[in-house]
Ligand binder design. Structure first.
Ligand SMILES: NC(=O)c1ccc[n+]([C@@H]2O[C@H](COP(=O)([O-])OP(=O)(O)OC[C@H]3O[C@@H](n4cnc5c(N)ncnc54)[C@H](OP(=O)(O)O)[C@@H]3O)[C@@H](O)[C@H]2O)c1
Length: 247
């Protein structure tokens, strides 16, 4: 049994974003080396890699547009070729275009599912055999409270995040005895991200949150690390949402 991530290789998708960069830095502080993926924001990913290096850990960046995930094993395979063996997978990259349900067309639905579900499945499928063989693995899927409440972004986003829960529960039960845990973290309304840069000044968002403010990426990273280091925690969705969802 190990609680340590010392010298483990971690792959964090969407590490150029708010939550992904905070999780990557938390993993580096816990002793892991990092492979960081980004799609459009190379400079942000390189800045995170620099910070990881200054913490004394190795960091590699990989560009991957995961919306191409529907086209087969392409993006997942390319990411994996730069990141073997992976001990810790944080599937964090996510797409969430704000759209009323009446305006969600098939294209937006498919794009959202490609990034939020299909790419996650493909990466998970790619890392699991090695984890099972080595008898150690940690997989954390970044969901959203929208999976539980419906949320505010749209039906495409809520449905895609809910799909992760089924994937997570199925896999967790199959790989638990091999020392591999599979969990999901479900944040809500996290500031300092491009998905939600901040409150709009009216304080409207904050009034919907019981703690009275938006969350910070570091608060998600702190819980992510606790989930990734605990060998007895598996098949769980943990919400970190200022009290929005009472479950
Ligand atoms: N912010 C919130 O309030 C909130 C709440 C619940 C759940 N979440 C979830 O948290 C995760 C991280 O998001 P964030 O809040 O940190 O937002 P963010 O700052 O916008 O980061 C999103 C990340 O996902 C990557 N990404 C987006 N589309 C991609 C694509 N097609 N291919 C590859 N990578 C792609 C982005 O890469 P580039 O920037 O390089 O393009 C970026 O690194 C997401 O799964 C999101 O759904 C966020």
């Amino acid at each position: 049994m190990t609680f340590s991530l010392d010298d483990r290789q971690a792959l964090v998708t969407g590490a150029s974003g708010g939550i992904g960069s905070a999780v990557a830095l938390a993993l580096a502080r816990a002793g892991a080396d990092l492979v960081l993926t980004y799609s459009g924001h190379r400079d942000e990913a390189e800045a995170v890699a620099g910070a990881v290096t200054r913490l004394g850990r190795a960091a590699t960046t990989v560009q991957a547009d995961l919306s191409a995930a529907g086209a087969g094993r392409g993006p997942a395979e390319r990411v994996m070729s730069s990141a073997r063996p992976v001990d810790v997978l944080v599937a964090n990259a996510g797409a969430g275009v704000l759209r009323a349900w009446q305006d969600v067309d098939d294209e937006l639905w498919a794009q959202t599912f490609a990034v939020n579900v299909t790419a996650v499945w493909q990466l998970t499928r790619a890392v699991l055999p090695g984890m099972i063989e080595r008898g150690f693995g940690r997989i954390l899927l970044v969901s959203s409270v929208a999976a539980l409440t419906g949320g505010v972004v749209g039906p495409h986003y809520a449905a895609s995040k809910a799909a992760l829960h089924g994937l997570m529960h199925h896999l967790a039960s199959r790989v638990a005895r091999a020392g591999v845990t599979v969990n999901a973290i479900a944040p809500a309304l996290i500031s300092g991200t491009r998905m939600l840069p901040g409150d709009d000044g009216s304080g409207d968002l904050a009034t919907r949150i019981p703690v009275g403010r938006l969350g910070q990426p570091e608060e998600i990273a702190d819980m992510a690390l606790a989930m990734l280091t605990n060998p007895y925690l598996t098949s769980k969705v943990i919400t970190v949402d200022g009290g929005i969802y009472p479950g």
